[in-house]
Design a protein around this ligand. Structure first.
Ligand SMILES: [Zn+2]
Length: 133
């Protein structure tokens, strides 16, 4: 438990560094070869600790999607309605994200191919979101 709580932001640092250059990075396990996201100190597949960061292709497929008509946070009020999705990256990991750039937010659907886009997250960092490929 303490291992999971300890240094959570530290383990994610290469991820956020990558976003400064709009590079999507995921962790790969050298023991089992599988990728995962979100960043962790050990592999969720085999519990190995032999991890490395690699640049992802930025390509993925929508696994699940929903449209939010109420803002999740007050600061998101101007964004509604917006699409929240689980995207399966080409490298394997599934990540929660937003689908952007849609003329009609309801048109994106499960199985659509998407590619990473970036939203300014402040402090030089960017947030990975996705648009239809
Ligand atoms: Zn592993």
């Amino acid at each position: 438990m303490s291992r999971m709580l300890m240094g959570t932001s530290q383990v994610a640092e290469p991820f956020w560094k990558g976003t400064e250059e709009k590079i999507l990075r995921v962790q790969f396990c050298k023991d089992c070869g599988k990728a995962h996201h979100y960043p962790r100190n050990f592999c969720p597949h085999c519990h190995g600790e032999n991890l490395e960061w690699k640049d992802a292709s930025g390509e993925g497929t929508i696994y699940a999607i929903t449209v939010c008509h109420k803002p999740g946070l007050p600061t998101m009020a101007a964004s509604v309605p917006y699409a929240v999705a689980l995207v399966d990256l080409a490298e394997g990991p599934r990540m929660m994200t937003n689908i952007v750039g849609l003329e009609d937010v309801h048109t994106a659907k499960v199985g659509d191919k998407v590619k990473v886009a970036w939203e300014d997250a402040g402090s030089g960092k960017n947030l990975p979101v996705f648009e239809i490929a």
